[in-house]
Design a binder for this molecule. Structure first.
Ligand code: AMP
Length: 630
């Protein structure tokens, strides 16, 4: 691209079609597109209309001639002590086998396949197999439990679920099959088939006629040939559920062609990865980073990708760097929480390995605090690049693009708007654009660029009303993040405008946690807020009103109930959503119109001033919060 980032950005907005037509050359098209952008029905954008392509072809097949015997997928599990390198040819063979299995189970174009799996190679085979045959995958994070899983099964109505007997975290086996069986029981939609990968970690009870053993079926399809199904650019590639203000998760829906182009462009301009090199993202396929930058992005770029099951500190805090050395990783992607965990360990782990292959470490998913950024950048002696984006966008909104220009990074800032995103900072109430150094809501003037969500799965109205109607007077996409821009155009993120919290880079809706806590028979009402935490960024803290407050007069009864409530959340949503504390009060602070004053509760939890309280119904409620915290 050349030139400056600001010039590239300006061109991408002024000449959208010309800009993206050029980027579209980075992928293979079976049939060329007729129109770069169809924006006849705002805010719905359709990219590369009429073009036919396929994500699996671009990620795997097209590299077979040039990179067939080069590594494509490097599987490392420090949980089960396994390590296996699949070349592009081997990956292709496994994906084709998986695709054949899916077809034998009746899965076809447009059908949904839900993938509930730990970080195993078979999970990636399943994603790519879906992409190959035009099935729509929906990966559910393995750390979620039955309740979260059930609501996703209900919404996605998959004909097939692919899962495994168990995952393992920090040496502890977590059986998935009982959680899956319970989720299917809870859901009114029942999948016709369930494909189970048996890792020999936990016993499984198979349901006759519904459940199938992967390795048995794989044997039957060893020599299968499954050609790529060419898809129109705007067909659906996958849905990925994410949390928002309501308790009901939204299925973020993505296309095929726009996503492939956006990822290919980002690999070139932002991540600067080249074919034949190795990419390492320590995220999980259950999150958007896993989709974009463990699976599709690196493979589309012809890079080998490391799929890692394990924590950053086992067997010791050098494991990530050991992998960088061993596989000559050039581009690495992680989350600030992982680095904060490492910061508490012996710093010599950072220098014990030869990490000179690494060009940059990208961090995203939550705010990167300055001390952590400085610690890792000095320790590694490599550039640290923060990047800000969301499940909805699929690739970075704000960062620097060293493939375009060596823009310096600035501590505490993820950077500047990326090409394709017409980013504005708007006043929350008036919608007016705010100036430099003034706080506003980060918004994007549509059309959203390629790669971003097309809609909410099955609910176009919700897409429009959730994202495009929150700022008065104009149809703009709200990120629901506060931000500020300095005089040089660098942005800084100042937290969410809604009830979404971010625990160790995991996005959670406080409403979902509240609904789970409220399902406990002793609880009448509850408010959950996100509270700043040194390690995890934020943790959830609950304030519950009991039906019978007298039942917890004794301290041990209180403790026992708190434990029970936490286990309820564990069971329904998964340990990721478990609140750090549940306090008991007899009254929640509310406005006279009955709205819970979450911001005030949060402020008290963080030792700040509770703010404007003129609308509070009963000030005594805040005293209760104070007492509970004391
Ligand atoms: P998710 O959809 O799970 O990726 O979460 C997206 C949200 O995480 C954003 O809306 C932000 O609130 C937060 N976030 C993501 N990346 C960053 C970053 N680099 N700096 C600050 N916050 C971030």
């Amino acid at each position: 691209m050349g030139g400056s980032l600001k010039a590239a950005h300006a061109r991408s907005i002024e000449d959208r079609e010309g800009f993206w037509a050029e980027q579209a050359q980075l992928i293979d098209w079976h049939e060329p597109f007729e129109k770069v952008l169809d924006y006849s029905r705002p805010p719905f954008a359709r990219w590369f209309v009429g073009g036919q392509t396929n994500l699996c072809h671009n990620a795997v097949d097209r590299h077979l001639d040039s990179l067939g015997d080069e590594p494509a997928l490097i599987y490392v599990s420090t949980e089960t002590d396994q390590e296996r390198v699949y070349t592009f040819r081997e990956l292709h063979a496994e994906v084709v086998r998986m695709a054949a299995i899916m077809q034998s189970l009746g899965v076809g174009r447009g059908d949904r396949v839900l993938i509930y799996m730990p970080m195993v190679a078979e999970a990636i085979f399943a994603m790519l197999a879906c992409a190959r045959i035009g099935a729509i995958h929906s990966v559910v994070f393995g750390g979620f439990a039955s309740g979260s899983l059930a609501s996703r099964i209900e919404d996605a109505s998959p004909s097939l679920i692919v899962s495994a007997d168990a995952g393992s975290r920090a040496g502890k086996v977590i059986a998935y099959k009982p959680l899956l069986d319970e989720a299917i029981r809870l859901s009114s939609h029942k999948p016709a088939n369930v494909l189970m990968v048996d890792r020999d970690l936990a016993p499984m009870t198979m349901v006759e006629g519904r459940d199938h053993d992967y390795s048995t079926l794989r044997e039957r399809h060893l020599d299968a040939k499954v050609p790529v199904t060419w898809l129109e650019s705007n067909e659906v590639s996958y849905t990925l559920y994410t949390s928002g203000t309501t308790g009901r998760p939204k299925g973020v829906q993505r296309d095929v062609g726009g996503y492939a182009v956006a990822l290919a462009a980002s690999m070139k301009h932002i991540y600067c990865g080249n074919a034949g090199e190795t990419y390492f993202s320590s995220s999980d396929i259950g999150w958007v980073v896993g989709h974009s930058y463990i699976v599709y992005g690196p493979l589309i770029a012809g890079m080998a990708t490391i799929v890692y099951e394990g924590t950053p500190v086992r067997p010791d805090a050098g494991i990530l760097w050991q992998l960088v050395e061993k596989y000559r990783v050039t581009v690495m992607f992680s989350a600030p929480t992982a680095i904060r965990v490492l910061k508490k360990q012996d710093p010599s782990h950072l220098t014990r390995y030869d990490t000179s292959s690494l060009r940059a470490l990208f961090l995203a998913g939550e705010p990167l605090d300055e001390p952590t950024a400085r610690w890792i950048s000095e320790g590694l002696g490599r550039p640290i690049i923060d990047n800000y984006w969301q499940t909805e966008t699929g690739w970075p909104i704000l960062t620097v693009a060293h493939g375009i220009e060596q823009t310096p990074t600035r501590l505490g800032s993820p950077g500047m708007p990326m090409y394709g995103y017409d980013v504005r900072l708007l006043h929350e109430q008036t919608g007016r654009e705010v100036g430099a150094n003034e706080k506003g809501v980060i918004a994007i003037v549509p059309p959203l660029p390629p790669g971003c969500m097309q809609t909410v799965w099955g609910d176009d109205d919700r897409f429009v009303s959730t994202y495009f109607e929150s700022i008065p007077g104009r149809q703009v996409y709200s990120t629901f993040d506060w931000g500020i821009r300095d005089d040089d155009g660098y942005y800084f993120i100042l937290g969410r405008t809604d009830d979404v919290i971010n625990v160790a880079g995991h996005r959670l809706g406080t409403r979902e946690i509240e609904e789970s806590i409220s399902s406990h028979p002793a609880v009448a009402e509850v408010a959950v807020v996100g509270v700043a935490d040194q390690l995890k960024g934020q943790v959830a803290v609950g304030f519950a009103v009991l039906k019978d407050p007298g039942s917890i007069e004794q301290a041990d009864a209180r403790l026992a109930l708190e434990g029970e409530i936490m286990r309820t959340v564990d069971r329904q949503l998964g340990a990721v959503a478990r609140p750090a504390r549940v306090h008991f009060v007899t009254l929640l602070p509310k406005t006279r119109s009955g709205k819970v004053l979450r911001r005030s509760i949060q402020a008290l939890c963080e030792g700040r001033d509770p703010g404007d309280l003129t609308t509070i119904e009963d000030p005594g409620a805040l005293d209760q919060v104070r007492q509970a915290l004391a």
